[in-house]
Design a protein around this ligand. Structure first.
Ligand SMILES: N[C@@H](CCC(=O)N[C@@H](CS)C(=O)NCC(=O)O)C(=O)O
Length: 232
């Protein structure tokens, strides 16, 4: 209980360090037919920039967590991309695959946006520094692999990047190496209506696990569920 409160408070600090970037949607361009795929880990400041861009551009994405350690997607990236570097984006809609957070953010806004990149995503060094500062209070959470059980089907998470409660859940998904379909539902998201129709209310995080026929709100409950189910 106390630990969850401390975690939530430090997750809030991370959001403030980015001035709330990733809490609302900006001008949108064309929509992809298939979800994008990203290989990343929650504790990585460069990966945060990509997740922010995906939220701001209201894009669904399959997240393949690549925490440090023997996570299978980390090995996949090294084999397919040629380098051990994260984030790595795969866009099946345009047959594109790329490293480098700055290039990925530029690509996303060029392909799926209709406006300018927010300052913290456009300014290289300042944006990177602020993202590194945002990672500090979380003390490396979401960086190291602690997974044991591989689910058969993809989990689904409704979230948006700036939400501190969602951050706590994404950290655990990352550490457990669990892949999931991330539905970004920031303010102004076109996906909100369908989300409320599915879940009954507008509240994130919301986890759906088709492997156990489970769906639940509340970060604390979701984290307990994930650890109980996927950390043998
Ligand atoms: N310039 C790259 C830097 C990426 C980078 O340094 N990523 C770190 C993680 S934060 C990494 O891949 N480290 C290797 C590892 O995790 O093994 C970018 O902006 O994408």
């Amino acid at each position: 209980m106390v630990l969850h409160a401390i975690n939530t408070a430090t997750a809030f600090v991370a959001t403030w360090a980015r001035f709330g970037l990733g809490s609302r949607v900006s001008a949108l361009g064309p929509r992809p037919e298939k979800p994008l795929e990203v290989y990343e880990f929650e504790g990585c400041p460069f990966c945060r920039k990509v997740r922010e861009a995906l939220t701001v551009l209201d894009l669904p994405v399959v997240v393949h967590p690549c925490p440090k350690g023997p996570s299978r997607y980390r090995a996949w990236v090294i084999e397919n991309g040629g380098k051990r570097m994260f984030p790595y984006l795969v866009d099946p809609n345009t047959d594109t695959a790329m490293y480098e957070s700055g290039d990925i953010v530029r690509y996303l806004f060029r392909t799926y946006g209709a406006g300018r990149r927010p300052f913290l995503l456009a300014s290289g060094p300042i944006g990177n520094f602020s993202s590194q500062m945002a990672s500090l209070p979380r003390l490396g959470r979401g960086t190291f692999y602690r997974g044991t059980v591989e689910p058969e089907q993809l989990l689904e998470l409704y979230s948006y990047e700036a939400s501190p409660y969602c951050r706590l859940v994404r950290e655990v998904l990352s550490e457990l190496g669990l892949p999931y379909l991330l539905h970004n539902v920031a303010r102004g998201s076109r996906a909100r209506q369908a989300f409320v129709a599915r879940s009954g209310k507008m509240q994130v995080p919301y986890l759906v696990d088709p492997n156990t026929d489970t769906a639940l709100f509340e970060s604390g409950a979701i984290i307990a569920y994930l650890r109980g189910t996927y950390r043998a």
